[in-house]
Design a protein around this ligand. Structure first.
Ligand code: FAD
Length: 403
């Protein structure tokens, strides 16, 4: 009792673990350190681009977690003193811990795209962290002419939310179809396939004339056109692909290659992959004892980098920390993931999966026969149901994380 857990990052993973630690044991002293007072969910942020949703509807404060007895500190963590078991902050206060959880999300490998940098994101937004960047991209869509092209540079694996670039293309096409019907979206992709591809392509065919001369979405695959973006010309909003093709957009949205959030580097939690290796039973770092890494920043094998997975990992990690603090055996966990993609009005597709540890306990693997994707032969009514499930998932999920 009274043992101290410090959680760094109050996003999806961090908020979940902090809340569930207090629910497991309300004598635990749980402190959550987050640099922003308000969190904006990336999930559903593609709907802001089509105009179907406001940014405010994606925003949450930390009053819900306070009500669970989590101490909220608004500050930026600068590092961890492992010998002293202290979390260090920009504000100068150090926070002692018995166990620490790190969920800092992702950062971008700007250096992999020649000519691109953080200084360019007002002109060429990534909009891969929701908030101000989402608004920049939305305003560019509003300002572009009817007949203009929106170019999306999709990232290589692994990255935050595998279906989201393709959901984004769909939401932008949905906006263009209503307001700028002579326009189109081109996705430049270094990959040769992507998640839920058959369902996305089916939806694009039904809704956006995919593969016709009037297509409002074109997907340039990494093999046929070597379409991975390796450079940009900021002033002309031109993407340069790996074969030297130049594709100019009225709007250019570059989603750069990714790595674990900066703090994970500052605290020496990453390996040469740029992500954080962890023991899959407890999510404890394999590099530093008593510190756990969850969410997008960690390597969790078959589990994708999604909010749903970060929440699942947060609950598993909370249970593991509770067991470790009380000298109990840690139970072998299972995990789940689910992801809805809204591809048009009243039209969504989804994927779910269930995961467990491999027999040797070293890997998170998909349970054979579990999960699946929406049916290829679904009716319009089924797609509408999937859309309504997407909205109720959002409401239930954000309640689970933040309230
Ligand atoms: P985050 O939620 O990003 O939280 C990290 C937090 O740490 C942030 O609040 C940050 O401010 C804080 N932080 C970082 N460094 C510090 C520091 N040094 N000090 C203090 N605080 C710090 N997932 C789904 O499940 N379903 C979806 O439909 C879905 N749609 C998406 C759509 C888009 C367009 C995008 C981009 C993502 C989507 N995702 C979706 C993915 C989801 O948003 C992420 O996987 C999830 O947010 C990961 O949680 P996290 O805790 O790892 O990181």
């Amino acid at each position: 009792a009274g043992q101290r857990v410090v959680v760094i990052g109050g996003g999806t993973g961090g908020a979940t673990v902090a809340k569930y630690l207090r629910r497991l044991d309300n004598t635990l002293d749980v402190t959550l350190i987050e640099k922003n007072a308000i969190y904006t969910t990336c999930y559903m942020s593609n709907e802001v681009l089509s105009g179907d949703r406001t940014l405010e509807s994606l925003q949450f404060n930390y009053d819900g977690l306070k009500a669970h007895g989590v101490k909220i500190v608004t500050d930026e963590v600068t590092g961890i003193n492992y010998d002293g078991k202290l979390v260090l902050t920009k504000g100068g206060i150090s926070y002692p811990y018995d166990r620490c959880v790190v969920s800092p999300g992702i950062d971008f490998r700007y250096d992999q795209i020649a000519g691109y940098s953080e200084a360019a994101i007002e002109t060429i937004p990534h909009a891969w962290k929701a908030g101000a960047q989402t608004v920049v991209l939305r305003n560019q869509l509003l300002a572009m002419p009817n007949g203009g092209t929106v170019v999306i540079a999709a990232p290589p694996n692994p990255y935050r939310c595998p279906p989201a670039p393709y959901e984004r293309a769909s939401q932008i096409a949905y906006y263009l179809k209503q307001h700028k019907p002579n326009s189109k979206v081109i996705i430049l992709d270094p990959k040769t396939s992507f998640t839920k591809q058959a369902l996305f392509e089916q939806a694009w065919t039904e809704l956006y004339g995919y593969k016709t001369s009037n297509a409002m979405i074109e997907w340039w695959s990494g093999d046929t056109k070597a379409a991975g973006v390796v450079g940009v010309d900021v002033a002309s909003k031109t993407a340069i692909t790996q074969f030297g093709d130049r594709v100019q957009g009225a709007v250019l949205n570059v989603i750069p290659p990714q790595k674990a959030g900066k703090l994970a580097f500052d605290a020496d939690l990453v390996d040469s992959t740029g992500w954080c290796p962890v023991n899959k039973l407890t999510f404890e770092s394999t590099r530093h004892a008593n510190v756990h890494v969850i969410g997008d920043a960690c390597m969790a094998d078959a589990l994708p980098k999604s909010g749903f997975a970060a929440n699942s990992e947060g609950k598993v990690c909370a249970a593991a920390i509770y067991a470790l603090l009380n000298g109990q055996e840690v139970e072998s966990p299972s995990f789940s993931n689910g992801c809805y993609s809204l591809v048009g009005k009243d039209y969504a597709i989804s994927v779910v999966g269930v995961y467990r540890l491999s027999d040797d306990g070293k890997l998170v693997e998909s349970i054979p026969g579990s999960g699946g994707v929406s049916s290829a032969t679904a009716t319009a009514q089924d797609r509408l149901f999937d859309a309504s499930y997407a909205y109720s998932w959002y409401n239930n999920f954000t309640q689970d994380v933040f309230k």
